[in-house]
Design a binder for this molecule. Structure first.
Ligand code: DC
Length: 233
């Protein structure tokens, strides 16, 4: 464990939506005493800003207005002592819960495809990784944000299994949900993220694939931890 703490590295976790990237990334960060950053939360917070400001009409973003207002959007993180993780804040307001709503999920891919939004957030993400000792999950972490990360993992799982996990989570929170709607949202977002022009979701050449369709959380955790040990020893 001492080596694990001395040689701090950057761990980039990319992959499809609802693969459980953040869940395992948080556990790994806690174990290693690293910072964990959910980069998707940053794109979701920008999306929430756009929705609140009425910039999304019938599913279409008003791009000129967003570009004009981009400087007014400040995304930060605050430590939540209850969960022991960082919550995302939009202009100082903790929006960690609100960004998980379906309205945000339905519009975030479109906003994450805008070059100016990506430039703004990627610069912040790179700054957060300057001292290493960070686990960041997203879609372009190993390809764009930290192309020199010591460990890159590309996570994937069967779409129906991912939809079922998301469904179970929302049911547990007493949120009204429809399985088919979740499955549709997941597959549409994946297709959109993979085919967009700006930093599309793709596996970095040096990333290792983790298909967790039939793995428990503990198995995924142990799998990643072993890869970390190989990198820092
Ligand atoms: O991981 P997530 O589902 O919370 O991400 C929300 C959206 O943000 C997802 O549709 C793709 C986008 N995203 C991105 O384009 N780049 C990232 N680094 C992280 C997320």
């Amino acid at each position: 464990m001492s080596d694990l703490n001395q040689n701090k590295i950057i761990i980039a976790i990319d992959g499809y939506s609802s693969c459980g990237k953040s869940t395992v990334a948080k556990e790994i960060a806690k174990k290693l005493n690293y910072i964990f950053i959910d980069s998707g939360a940053m794109y979701r917070a920008v999306t929430l800003y756009c929705l609140r400001a009425g910039m999304v009409v019938k599913g279409e973003i008003n791009l000129p207005v967003l570009l004009e207002n981009l400087k007014k959007i400040r995304i930060t993180f605050v430590f939540n002592p209850v969960t022991a993780h960082n919550d995302v804040c939009l202009n100082g307001e903790n929006v960690e819960q609100e960004i998980r709503q379906l309205a945000v999920a339905q519009n975030v891919s479109q906003i994450a495809a805008i070059g100016a939004v990506r430039q703004l957030l990627v610069a912040q993400q790179q700054e957060m990784g300057r001292s290493k000792g960070i686990v960041m999950d997203g879609r372009d972490i190993g390809t764009v944000v930290f192309p020199n990360a010591e460990l890159k993992i590309f996570m994937t799982a069967d779409a129906r299994i991912r939809a079922q996990r998301r469904y179970d989570e929302m049911i547990a929170k007493n949120e009204p949900v429809d399985f088919d709607e979740i499955l549709k949202n997941i597959t549409e977002r994946d297709r959109f993220d993979e085919t967009r022009e700006e930093s599309p979701l793709r596996k970095a050449a040096d990333a290792i694939v983790l298909d967790n369709s039939h793995m428990t959380r503990d198995e995924q955790f142990e799998w990643i931890l072993k890869k970390v040990e190989e990198r820092v020893s």
